[in-house]
Design a protein around this ligand. Structure first.
Ligand SMILES: Cc1cc2nc3c(=O)[nH]c(=O)nc-3n(C[C@H](O)[C@H](O)[C@H](O)COP(=O)(O)OP(=O)(O)OC[C@H]3O[C@@H](n4cnc5c(N)ncnc54)[C@H](O)[C@@H]3O)c2cc1C
Length: 482
C-alpha cells in the first residue's frame, strides 16, 4: 500500500500553506508563531523549493540557489526565523567581473563601486553620488514607465561598459532586464549596495533543516510529498484544499506555488471576474536557468583569490537576448570553498549558472536533450578553463540542470526561476479581494523574488492573513455576544 503522507493530519486548519519555498515557509512560521493552526504542504520530497540542494555519491552536496543575497537577510532571518539561522549569514569578500570590456574584483558595495566608477571608469564623483541616491530613493509608487535602460542613459549616456557593471549581477540575481521598470532595478541594486553580498555559511541543507525545526517548534504541521490539486472556493471564499485524495478544510490558503498555477490550476478561472482573468493572463513569466555543478577531487584546491562569485562573459556587449541565448556567452561561477560549504568531506566545488529560455529545452527528443545537456557541460568546462586551469582533469564529479529540471522539481510554469515579471505583483496582491481567504506569497516581479524578497513577501502575506483572521474572529465574537 502506498505510504500516507497525510497520516495523522487533522481535517481542518486555520491556514493551509501550499509550497515550502522561502516565502511559504516564512509565512507558515509566522502564522504558527502567532498561534494559528497551520498545515504546510509540499509536493516534493524535500523542503525549500528553489532554495534546495542535492546529493551525489561520494558525500557531494550541491546547492541550487545559494550564491548571494543582500545584507537585509540578516535582519529578516533574525526577526522572522531565529538567531541560529541569522548567525550563519556572512559577507562574501571577492566578487569578480571578467568580460571583454573590463576585469575587476570588488566587495560590491557603494564605497567600492564609487571608487571604481570614479577611478577606473572616469565618471564624475557627483554623478555617481546622484545615481546612487536616485536608485536608493526609488519606491513602489515611483513612475513605473521609466525603464532601467532610460535610468542608465540619464546618468551614463553611451557607457555600455558601466551599464554592464551595474546590470549584469542584477540580471543574474533576479532575471530583470534593461526593458523592465527602473524601480525594480533601483530597489534590488540598492539593497545589495548597502553592505555588499552575503551568503549562508553551512549550506542550504543546514538552513532548511533549521527552518523546519523552527516551524515545528511553532506548531506548524509540515508535510512533504503532498501535491495540492485544488483550492475549493464556495460563495466567494476559500473552504478547503484537495490533496493526496483528501479534502482538508481551512479559513485561508497561502499559495507559494507559481502565481499562474494558483489562479488557473488550483482555483479555476470561473471563480474570478473576467477583468481579473485578463489581467492574470497578461502576466509574463520570468526566464528559467541552466546550471552545471562541479566537484573537484579531494586533493585539488582553488585559491580564494579566484573569487566567491565571478560574472564572466565573452560577449563584446551586454544584451538581454545574449544572456538568454542557447549559445551561452555569459556564466556566473560560484566558488564554494570548504569553509563556505562544508560537506561530508573537504572539497572545493563550482556551480555555473546561466539564464535560459524554456522553449529552447522543452521540445527536444530525449536524444537531443541529452546531447544538449552534454554540450552545456562541455562548453562550461571550456569557459572555466581560464579560471581553473586543467579543470577537466581536476574535476571528480559533474552534473547539469536545465529548465526541465527546475520545472520537474518545483512545478514552476516553464521552469521559471524568479516566478513572474513585475506585473505579477498587483495580481498576487489583489487575490484576497477576489476570493476571501486566498493569498499568494512567492516570487513575483523583481523586488519580491530572490531569497530576501521571498522571505519578506512571506512576512507581508502572513500579516495580511493574521489581520483577516483576527477580523473574522472579532466578528464571530460580536455575533456570539448578541
Ligand atoms: C539557478 C537559480 C539560482 C538562484 N540564485 C539565487 C541567488 O543567488 N540569490 C537569491 O537571492 N536568489 C536566487 N535564486 C532565486 C531564489 O532561489 C528564489 O527566488 C526563491 O528561492 C523562491 O522562493 P519562493 O518562496 O518564491 O518559492 P519557490 O522556491 O519557487 O518554491 C515554491 C514551492 O511550491 C511547491 N509547489 C508547487 N506546486 C505545488 C503543489 N501543487 N502542491 C504542493 N507544493 C507545490 C514547489 O515544490 C516549491 O517547493 C536563484 C534561482 C535559481 C533557479
Amino acid at each position: 500500500m502506498p505510504r500516507d503522507f497525510l497520516q495523522g493530519a487533522k481535517d481542518s486548519y486555520d491556514i493551509v500553506v501550499i509550497g515550502s519555498g522561502l516565502a511559504g515557509m516564512t509565512a507558515a512560521n509566522m502564522l504558527g508563531r502567532s498561534g494559528y493552526s497551520v498545515l504546510l504542504l509540499e509536493q516534493h520530497y524535500k523542503l525549500g523549493g528553489l532554495a534546495t540542494w542535492f546529493r551525489r555519491p561520494g558525500s557531494h552536496i550541491f546547492d541550487i540557489s545559494l550564491h548571494g543575497f543582500p545584507a537585509g537577510m540578516l535582519k529578516s532571518c533574525r526577526r522572522y526565523w531565529n538567531d541560529a539561522i541569522a548567525d550563519n549569514i556572512v559577507p562574501l569578500k571577492n566578487v569578480r567581473f571578467d568580460n571583454p570590456m573590463f576585469s575587476l574584483t570588488t566587495t560590491y558595495n557603494r564605497e567600492d563601486f564609487t571608487e571604481l566608477l570614479v577611478n577606473q571608469f572616469g565618471v564624475e564623483r557627483e554623478t555617481v553620488k546622484t545615481f546612487f541616491d536616485t536608485a536608493r530613493g526609488m519606491n513602489f509608487y515611483d513612475d513605473q514607465n521609466v525603464t532601467t535602460r532610460q535610468l542608465f542613459d540619464k546618468f551614463f549616456p553611451g557607457r555600455e561598459d558601466i551599464v554592464r557593471l551595474l546590470m549584469e549581477p542584477i540580471t543574474y540575481a533576479n532575471g530583470s532586464t534593461l526593458e523592465d521598470p527602473a524601480i525594480t532595478y533601483g530597489i534590488v541594486f540598492s539593497n545589495f549596495m548597502s553592505k555588499g553580498v552575503y551568503i549562508y555559511e553551512g549550506g542550504t541543507d543546514d538552513l532548511v533543516g533549521k527552518m523546519q525545526a523552527e516551524m515545528e517548534k511553532n506548531g506548524v504541521d509540515v508535510r512533504i510529498r503532498c501535491d495540492v490539486q485544488k483550492v475549493i472556493v464556495e460563495n466567494g471564499a476559500v473552504q478547503a484544499v484537495e490533496v493526496n485524495g483528501r479534502r482538508i478544510g481551512c479559513k485561508a490558503v497561502v499559495s507559494n506555488a507559481n502565481l499562474r498555477s494558483t489562479i488557473f490550476q488550483f482555483v479555476g478561472e470561473d471563480k474570478f471576474d473576467k477583468d481579473f482573468i485578463d489581467q492574470a493572463r497578461a502576466v509574463r513569466l520570468n526566464n528559467s536557468s541552466t546550471q552545471v555543478y562541479m566537484a573537484l577531487k579531494p586533493d585539488e584546491h582553488i585559491p580564494e583569490e579566484t573569487g566567491d562569485l565571478l560574472f564572466s562573459s565573452t560577449a563584446n556587449s551586454f544584451r538581454t537576448d545574449l544572456l538568454l541565448s542557447r549559445d551561452i556567452t555569459s556564466r556566473t561561477f560560484s566558488f564554494y570553498y570548504p569553509r563556505t560549504r562544508p560537506t561530508g568531506k573537504t572539497r572545493h566545488a563550482i556551480v555555473s549558472s546561466t539564464n535560459a529560455r524554456w522553449e529552447d529545452w522543452a521540445n527536444l527528443s530525449e536524444e537531443e536533450y541529452n546531447a544538449s545537456k552534454q554540450d552545456l557541460i562541455e562548453t562550461t568546462l571550456d569557459a572555466l578553463e581560464k579560471y581553473v586551469p586543467n579543470c577537466r582533469e581536476r574535476i571528480e564529479l559533474i552534473d547539469a540542470a536545465t529548465p526541465i529540471t527546475f520545472h520537474h522539481y518545483t512545478k514552476h510554469v516553464s521552469g521559471a526561476s524568479f516566478g513572474t515579471k513585475f506585473e505579477g505583483l498587483a495580481v498576487s496582491r489583489s487575490l484576497p479581494d477576489k476570493v476571501r481567504g486566498l493569498y499568494h506569497a512567492g516570487s513575483v516581479g523583481i523586488i519580491m523574488s530572490g531569497w530576501l524578497g521571498a522571505i519578506n513577501y512571506g512576512v507581508i502575506v502572513a500579516n495580511d492573513v493574521d489581520q483577516m483572521l483576527s477580523k473574522l474572529a472579532g466578528a464571530a465574537e460580536a455575533r456570539n455576544a448578541v
